[in-house]
Design a protein around this ligand. Structure first.
Ligand code: NAD
Ligand code: KPL
Length: 300
């Protein structure tokens, strides 16, 4: 059997972290760039702790992938995930396995729907990565990636990620992990944008703290109606994350400051969609959604 060949589709912060780590462990990695990208070798630098590693990775446009891909890790933002995989799907070899790694909820099912017949897994990661420049990725927070099947065979992704030094845990119910992260992101991320504060700020700014409670109560009601019950409510869970990551600038605030499209539909939008589906009112999440849509490029 041919050696696995792993494509990274969405070679941004997380994609370069996964791609460079896999390549550094000797695995065959290919970066898929935007259509029209000339096939080339890219010098990628991975910074982790005090160490720097230089790697040379083959790259090409998503419209000219290598013919022998066996695995694809999809690391675009949530709103780009299904469009990107639809571009790749016609050229994807039968049986190639896909792991989709977006925050929020909704993109994962859209990706699976675009790939009939392919095994699709979803991951929920607590890794932290950012790019110092287009070719340098900093592994800023060591985390764990929980992975479970969405469609087709349950592919053993940890067999690939583990040797690459990326913490990995197979889980039977990945949706529950995605929902647990969603409720934190839906409370914390928009409030950091509205109050222009680091994660810890939402516990100190009185208006933000009050909003955390009301958003949390709505999220608890929506998620319970959707069949997800957690021992700890969303507000308490989010407060704990905000304390533990007090100095972090949330991903949504980073995107907002950089003028990038926010993952608002995948996060707040997912709570609104579930609320509408289960007949639970979500006026606070709606107000946040409308305010952020007015402020930022959410791309509707
Ligand atoms: P990013 O913006 O740095 O990278 C996304 C990349 O996808 C960009 O390079 C973009 O050009 C590329 N892309 C988009 N559409 C494409 C297409 N059609 N073809 C080829 N490339 C395409 O984003 P990120 O920070 O790496 O985050 C990716 C996902 O992972 C998000 O859902 C995010 O919430 C989640 N996440 C990120 C981190 C992190 O530390 N960065 C941690 C946990 C979860
Ligand atoms: O996942 C995050 C994000 O920024 O998107 C949190 C948990 C809020 C950490 O910053």
């Amino acid at each position: 059997m041919a050696a696995p060949r792993i494509a990274i589709l969405g070679a941004g912060s997380l994609g370069l972290l996964f791609g460079a780590s896999l390549a550094a462990s000797g695995q065959s990695v290919h970066l898929l760039r935007r259509p029209g990208h000339r096939p080339t070798e890219e010098r990628i630098r991975l910074e982790r702790g005090g160490e720097r590693r230089e790697l040379s990775l083959p790259a090409s446009g998503i419209d000219s992938p290598p013919p022998d891909l066996s695995h694809v890790i999809l690391c675009t933002k949530a709103h780009d995930a299904a469009p990107a995989i639809r571009q790749l799907a016609p050229a994807l070899p039968p049986g190639a396995a896909v792991l989709t790694l977006q925050n929020g909820l909704g993109s994962q099912d859209a990706v699976a729907a675009a790939l009939p017949g392919h095994p699709v897994s979803a991951g929920c990661t607590t890794e932290g990565a950012w790019r110092r420049d287009a070719r340098t990725v900093v592994h800023a927070g060591i985390g764990v990636t929980r992975i479970g099947p969405l469609q087709g065979d349950d592919v053993d992704w940890c067999q690939r990620l583990g040797p690459a030094g990326l913490g990995c845990e197979p889980v039977p119910d990945i949706r529950r992990w995605l929902v647990d992260k969603l409720r934190v992101n839906a409370l914390l991320n928009p409030l950091t944008v509205l109050h222009d504060c680091r994660n810890g700020g939402v516990l100190e700014i009185p208006g933000a703290r009050a909003a955390l409670e009301s958003l949390g109560a709505e999220a608890d009601a929506v998620l319970a109606a959707a069949g997800y019950r957690f021992a700890e409510g969303a507000a308490a869970r989010t407060a704990a994350v905000a304390r533990a990551t007090a100095d972090n600038v949330s991903s949504m605030l980073q995107d907002y400051r950089a003028g990038r499209r926010l993952e608002l539909d995948a996060i707040t939008g997912a709570i609104l969609t579930l609320g509408a589906r289960h007949g639970i009112a979500t006026p606070e999440h709606q107000r946040i959604y409308d305010t952020l849509r007015g402020l930022a490029a959410v791309g509707r």
